[in-house]
Write a protein that binds this ligand. Structure first.
Ligand SMILES: Cc1ncc(COP(=O)(O)O)c(C=O)c1O
Length: 482
């Protein structure tokens, strides 16, 4: 059905392989640790999986009328170019030169073979990881933040608003807007604003204004504060504040760091590079693994490989989520709101109900009630497997990784590491060589309080919050019946 995507052969937009490490097949003897591409090997176009999917998610619906959203309604908060990308069926979307210029600061990002981890596990599996922590913000998030800031600037927008939990996404957008001389206001969940000052300071260093949410600046924030002046805030409330502000000002748009099709599209630079790098290593993955909050790093890595699966190649793709917020493994595939206040469109996706409040686990970026509609459809159709892992084994995997490979993972990324280790141990059990590729989405240097809690024995596993999820889904059903 499709041609090979992003390989050195046959894809004009994305050039050939000119790597400087492991080139000429020398990766095959397994000596190399890093597989590096040169700047000239940067992908020139993002891969749009919508061109190759036989079944697509339904359109976003208006939260009140339940009719498909009209482009002009969405254009109040998003630039037209991003809305076009959201709906596009073109297989390749060119990456603007201005965006490539900024990508060059840290891209192409390295692919590593985890020799030391393999040895520690005593596994015949070959484990590879694509390392996105080399960006200035320390995660994959700037891959879309830069693109979104660019298109907004092109559209004459001067300011962007967004929400952030622990601060990974907010810091990526603060970085991106600083490159384009734009203003940025980040509504940061109040409890994180107070407990995790360092990412807040990073955002301020890049010139962003950081507001603890709920705030008195918006209707949504004032409503929550009137009910409870001590409210610790939540991501759903912070989204409502950021969207409300963007909708009320002509010079301001809203920017989202995950879930939407255009966000996953921008992240495909990860998988396109990884395919070239796996070629340098002389291998092709049997399984591609990534952690999933809203789905952007996993989609970015897996989609270019899934194109090969659509064309008949054997490949497993595994999306990993926390058992405390098991959207893909225990959620319902239906239309739901993306925020708490109901200001955002309804999306067709796996959801636990938009008012589901997951326990306060330390992987804040994975505590979202919904998921990317594209990933949701691919899970429903059996093209992606979903797996849930508990908090304690996840931190155990993170520490094993830090003690073998050296890098300290973000708690979110550690979910992918847990699943990769489990795959490698299963391969050992079965006595088979398995090639495992996982997305290493970010470093944990601003998450040391989570590691402190883990080392002090203060972290716990949360059992699957069955009753809370059932109650939330029941409210969703009642809402659908209205
Ligand atoms: C390092 C890291 N990895 C993963 C995620 C999850 O987001 P997504 O599923 O969009 O990749 C986050 C979210 O904040 C993150 O900070």
């Amino acid at each position: 059905m499709v041609r090979s995507v992003g390989s050195s052969a046959g894809v004009g937009q994305n050039g050939g392989v000119g790597g400087n490490s492991g080139a000429g097949g020398s990766g095959r003897d397994g000596k190399y640790t890093k597989f590096l591409l040169e700047e000239k090997d940067l992908p020139r176009a993002w891969y749009n999986i919508q061109a190759d999917m036989s079944r697509l998610p339904g359109p976003p619906l208006h939260p009140v009328t339940r009719e498909p959203m009209k482009p002009e309604e969405l254009a109040r908060i998003f630039p037209v170019t991003l809305l076009e990308q959201e709906m596009s069926r073109e297989r390749w979307i060119p990456i603007p030169e201005e965006v490539l210029d900024i990508y060059r600061l840290w891209r192409p990002s390295p692919l590593y073979r985890a020799h030391r981890l393999e040895k520690a596990l005593g596994t015949p599996a070959h484990i590879y990881y694509k390392w996105e922590g080399v960006s200035p913000a320390g995660s994959h998030k700037p891959n879309t933040a830069v693109a979104q800031a660019y298109y907004n600037k092109q559209a004459g927008i001067r300011r962007l608003t967004t929400e952030t939990g622990a601060g990974q996404w907010g810091s990526a957008l603060a970085l991106a807007t600083s490159f384009f001389g734009m203003e940025c206001r980040v509504y940061m969940v109040k409890v994180s604003y107070e407990q995790k000052p360092y990412r807040r300071l990073l955002m301020q260093a890049w010139g962003a204004e950081v507001i603890p949410s709920p705030s008195p600046l918006t209707e949504a924030g004032r409503r929550i504060l009137a009910e409870n002046p001590e409210s610790p805030g939540s991501l759903g409330v912070a989204i409502s504040e950021a969207v409300e502000e963007a909708a009320s000002r002509a010079d301001t748009n809203y920017s989202l760091g995950s879930v939407l099709n255009h966000v996953l599209l921008h992240q495909t630079v990860i998988g396109l590079e990884a395919k070239k790098q796996m070629e340098l290593a002389g291998e092709y993955p049997d399984v591609v693994i990534g952690c999933v909050g809203g789905g952007s790093n996993f989609g970015g890595l897996a989609f270019p490989f899934l194109a090969d699966k659509f064309a008949g190649r054997e490949l497993r793709a595994v999306a990993v989520e926390p058992s405390s917020c098991p959207t893909l493994t225990k959620g319902r595939f239906t239309y739901d709101l993306a925020d708490v206040a109901g200001l955002t469109p309804m999306l067709q996706m796996y959801t636990l109900g938009h008012d589901f409040m997951p326990p306060a686990i330390h992987a804040g970026g994975l505590r979202y009630h919904g998921d990317s509609p594209l990933i949701s459809v691919l899970v429903r159709d059996g093209l992606i497997e979903a797996r849930a892992v508990d908090q304690l084994p996840t931190f155990e995997a993170a520490v094993t990784f830090a003690r073998t490979e050296g890098f300290l993972p973000a708690p979110e990324s550690a979910h992918a590491i847990r699943a990769a280790i489990d795959e490698a141990l299963a391969a050992k059990e079965a006595g088979e060589k398995r090639v495992i590729l996982f997305g290493f989405s970010g470093h944990g240097h601003f998450d040391l309080s989570a590691y402190e809690a883990y080392f002090a024995g203060r972290l716990q596993n949360y059992s699957y919050p069955e009753e809370m999820i059932a109650a939330s889904l029941a409210r969703l059903e009642a809402m659908a019946g209205k």
